[in-house]
Design a protein. Structure first.
Length: 173
């Protein structure tokens, strides 16, 4: 069974993170890290395997844990900046640092706009380390008519980038 760590940071866009979690195929064992107490309450109600973001002794903080994939959806600019600078002051940023050092797949979905020059520099730095920077940008070719269509498109594209098979959106051609 593949292990995936799913982080949720920042308050806006939490719905996308939750839908991403709900859409994961059953063959993935999920480990969830959230940075906001309101989100933690929501996640506990969903019965996800929720880890304590303040406990850096949790399983995902070690390379020997062997996580296969990690996605932070949404990813606040604060979290992205910490990861870019190697600041591992909580479980989420420590787990991301582990994924980078172990050369494992890490996807970040930055949620703010416009991007400042600092944000773009941090994203560029991380992309040079093979971190996937994939903000929630709708593909207008996908015949998106509803919010659910847009969410399915975004999650399907993120699944594609992570190598997770899906049929969540209409593909080109």
């Amino acid at each position: 069974m593949k292990k995936i760590i799913v982080g949720i940071s920042g308050a806006s866009g939490v719905r996308l993170g939750l839908k991403f979690l709900r859409s994961l195929p059953k063959e993935y064992k999920t480990f969830v890290i959230a940075t906001d107490s309101a989100q933690i309450v929501t996640l506990k109600e969903e019965h996800f395997n929720l880890l304590d973001n303040l406990d850096i002794s949790e399983c995902t903080a070690s390379g020997s844990f062997g996580a296969d994939l990690m996605a932070i959806i949404p990813c606040s600019m604060n979290t992205l900046a910490k990861i870019s600078c190697g600041i591992a002051d909580n479980l989420l940023t420590r787990s991301a640092a582990v994924m980078i050092k172990e050369k494992k797949t890490l996807l970040l979905a930055p949620r703010e706009m416009p991007y400042s020059s600092i944000d773009l520099g941090n994203m560029h730095k991380l992309s040079l380390l093979n971190v996937i920077i994939a903000p929630p940008v709708a593909g207008f070719y996908a015949n998106i008519n509803t919010l659910e269509d847009m969410e399915n498109f975004l999650i399907g594209k993120w699944f594609d980038l992570l190598g997770i098979s899906n049929s969540l959106y209409k593909r080109w051609g």
